[in-house]
Design a protein around this ligand. Structure first.
Ligand code: PGA
Length: 246
């Protein structure tokens, strides 16, 4: 299966720096052997969509509303993302779960809204350090994914999953390839049990993936790409990760 490397810019970038970063990335896109996307702040979706048009780079959002339309001040609907030509949306990132109180049920609804509009949701799951240390990692990620499977039935084969151990995000601490693979294998089994088409679902690893550790993580049998935060903001680093994905 073709790997996917998705950058998560989080709340970073301004128009000038976005343009410079994208110019550096798209200049080399003819060599890519994987799918590549950048998930950008919503105010820049249109700018990025225009700048990546005709290149191998896809445009993604970082969140989507669970509602279709109407009186939801500040929210952005999946239909609006589709209208802008957005291909992916992250849903349930741990920063949204943590700072915005997003529950498993809400994340499942967001994935459902995205799928209904032809946007591929990148569904994030992952445990805290305390959960890992108390041996709950598998239960936590299985519970988070189960909510999305339950709400989406056979459409589940259209999602992307990202395993992001929270203690590894932005911390410089990466799960070892073996630790990540162990959780990916659990998620793969859960997906296989839910859908006959599950083999096509890509399971990304995220959490301090960088130019140095990407190759060994991406070599694991159930790691089908990366969700890359900090390292996606530097063209050289992001390109090195892309080059490690084949
Ligand atoms: P990081 O972020 O690569 O900076 O750890 C990953 C993410 O939060 O998606």
């Amino acid at each position: 299966m073709k790997k996917l490397i998705a950058g998560n810019w989080k709340m970073n970038g301004l128009r000038d720096s976005n343009a410079a970063l994208l110019a550096a990335l798209t200049g080399s896109s003819r060599h890519w052997q994987c799918d590549v996307a950048v998930c950008v702040p919503s105010v820049y979706l249109q700018q990025v969509r225009d700048l990546v048009a005709g290149t191998d780079l896809s445009c993604g959002a970082q969140d989507v509303s669970a509602h279709e339309s109407g009186a939801y001040t500040g929210e952005i609907s999946a239909d609006m993302l589709r209208d802008l030509g957005v291909r992916y949306s992250i849903v349930g990132h741990s920063e949204r779960r943590h700072y915005h109180g997003e529950t498993d049920a809400l994340v499942a609804l967001k994935a459902q809204r995205a799928l209904a509009c032809g946007i591929t949701p990148i569904v994030c799951v992952g445990e805290t350090l305390a959960e890992r240390e108390s041996g709950q990692t598998e239960d936590v990620v299985r519970r988070q994914l189960a909510a999305v499977i339950h709400a989406n039935g056979h459409c589940i084969s259209e999602i992307v999953v990202a395993y992001e151990p929270i203690w590894a995000i932005g911390s410089g601490k990466t799960a070892t390839p073996e630790m990540a693979q162990q959780v990916h294998a659990v998620l793969r089994m859960q997906l296989n049990a839910a859908s006959q088409m599950a083999q096509r679902i890509r399971i990304l690893y995220g959490g301090s993936m960088n130019a140095t550790n990407a190759r060994s993580l991406l070599a694991q049998p159930d790691i089908d790409g990366g969700l890359v935060g900090g390292a996606s903001l530097k063209a050289d680093d992001f390109l090195s990760i892309i080059a490690a994905a084949y």
